[in-house]
Design a protein around this ligand. Structure first.
Ligand code: NAD
Length: 473
């Protein structure tokens, strides 16, 4: 049983003023793994004060100094590869497969930030004026549980590249993962106060970050509902916000696609991170006349997506993070049944032999229409809705008929055709004939999937404020 009873403020592990504890429960066995002591409003204010003081000097550091700090963090993280993967599988139930990819992305975020510092010009000429891109101030980073350290690394590395200091609030469910990254960050020897991490609840620590006038910007990843609460509070002090929110991503398979490749890829896109991914391709759009072929391929493919112990390298779908999340997914499967959709695979209840953990049966619904709740709402579990279309135009219409717009997928054997369809989809990223990540290309959502973008130049500029110096001649 582990007890995490320290938070990190001004370069030191400190005991929080908050005295409440939160139990850390294994998603795989539902046994108690440990507990975390939660920070309170005062702890959050102390962290913000430390970041504010550090900003005075950190904002003036040179690119070379920032590159050095980023390299130091990267090398500390590199030393603990197995620990990062193990703790993610143990605490969160992320599969070994997903945790390994997530770890690689963590490392790449430092490379991308260094790359930006080597290529971006912080001083530009626009019109006849000099425009200085200046660090925005103290950034509040609020993140969910589904790739906790991945989010810390990508957001913190961008903040450092921009010359900003930070207060980070991870999910209280990720305390052991947070402890590990903290040990690496501490070892990297950054100036005191550049990063501060407060474990705590959203309504307490997150709310103070959203309210406090000394926070200049919030970078939030999480649900659309909480994103709205944060944005409403942030406007009182005109904080800048970057919001990475939910999704209901369409996956259009065109009639000329190689279905034997596209369907396994589509299942992978739907069930990635055990379905607990904002970018999961949860609406599979297929030509009506291919339904039988698709049904057969899905039936053939599903057994390859092994459900079980996340530590097993062959497992593709692990447990849901919590019992609450398990129940939410069950409720949605029941909703799909009530709405008249037909279960092709999976369904209610736990898979045999996995009754102790929060495991769900990867579920595929057919006969779904796009107005059903299972096609409109984010489920955040391995549940895929198959929707048929008659024409290309209808496919695009269904794809765009959603309040979300984070990611989309298109498969076709004709890359020009796929490119043409992709260009008509209202989503921040469209994946063509595969699933990839370009850390220098923007990531973020249209519509209620968010505000702003992360990664690359556009992501960096969200941490900068332009100052134009105008000298009339
Ligand atoms: P959540 O919105 O419930 O919580 C996210 C974070 O916000 C947590 O740290 C939480 O403590 C905090 N929070 C909660 N209430 C708050 C409040 N009133 N004020 C300030 N902070 C508060 O999300 P979750 O359940 O942890 O994660 C799942 C959600 O995250 C899904 O909707 C998913 O789509 C989304 N997500 C989005 C992306 C993306 O990049 N677009 C990536 C991953 C997850």
């Amino acid at each position: 049983m582990k007890t995490i009873d320290k938070i990190y403020i001004n370069g030191e592990f400190v005991t929080p003023n908050g005295t409440e504890y939160f139990d850390l429960i294994s998603p795989t066995t539902n046994e108690k793994l440990g507990k975390v002591r939660l920070g309170n409003t005062e702890d959050t204010q102390n962290a913000i004060e430390a970041a504010k003081n550090a900003f005075k000097t950190f904002s003036k550091t040179t690119n070379l100094e920032r590159i050095e700090y980023l390299k130091n963090i990267k090398s500390s993280v590199e030393k603990r590869k197995d620990d990062f993967i193990n703790i993610m599988t143990e605490e969160y139930g992320g599969t070994f497969q997903f945790a390994s990819v997530s770890y690689d992305y963590m490392l790449k975020s430092f490379d991308s930030a260094i790359n930006l510092l080597n290529s971006y010009s912080f001083i530009k000429t626009m019109g006849e004026s000099e425009v200085q891109m200046t660090p925005i101030g103290v950034v509040g980073i609020i993140i969910p549980w589904n790739s906790s350290n991945g989010f810390i690394c990508s957001k913190l590395s961008t903040a450092i590249a921009a010359g900003c200091t930070t207060v980070i609030k991870p999910s209280e469910m990720s305390a052991q993962q947070t402890q590990l990254i903290l040990e690496c960050l501490h070892e990297a020897n950054l100036p005191k106060g550049v990063f501060n991490i407060v474990n705590g609840l959203g309504e307490i620590v997150g709310a103070e970050i959203s309210r406090n006038p000394n926070i200049a910007k919030i970078s939030f990843t999480g649900s659309t509902n909480v994103g709205k609460i944060i944005a409403k509070e942030a406007v009182n002090t005109m904080k800048r916000v970057t919001l990475e929110l939910g999704g209901k991503s369409p996956n259009i398979i065109l009639d000329d696609a190689d279905f034997s490749k596209a369907i396994p890829l589509a299942i992978g896109a739907a069930f990635m991170n055990s379905g607990q991914a904002c970018i999961a391709g949860t609406r599979l759009l297929i030509p009506e006349n291919k339904l039988n072929e698709v049904k057969a391929l899905i039936k053939e493919t599903i057994p390859n997506f092994i459900v079980g112990d996340p530590k097993n390298p062959n497992t593709a779908v692990g447990p849901m993070v919590s019992e609450k999340q398990f129940n939410r997914v069950q409720d949605y499967i029941q909703t799909g049944i009530n709405e008249g959709a037909e279960i092709l695979s999976g369904g209610l209840g736990k898979p045999e032999g996995l009754e102790n953990g929060n495991f769900v049966k990867p579920t595929v619904f057919i006969n779904v229409n796009n107005q059903m709740r299972i096609a409109r709402e984010e489920i955040f579990g391995p549940v895929l809705s198959v929707i048929t279309y008659k024409t290309e135009e209808e496919a695009i219409e269904i794809a765009n008929d959603t309040t979300y717009g984070l990611q989309a997928y298109v498969s076709s054997s004709d890359s020009k055709r796929a490119h043409n369809i992709a260009s008509q989809i209202n989503a921040g990223r469209v994946q063509i004939n595969g699933i990839g990540h370009d850390p220098m290309a923007p990531f973020g959502g249209f519509k209620q999937s968010g505000i702003g973008r992360e990664f690359g130049t556009i992501g960096l500029e969200a941490y900068l404020e332009p100052r134009a110096l105008i000298q009339p001649k």
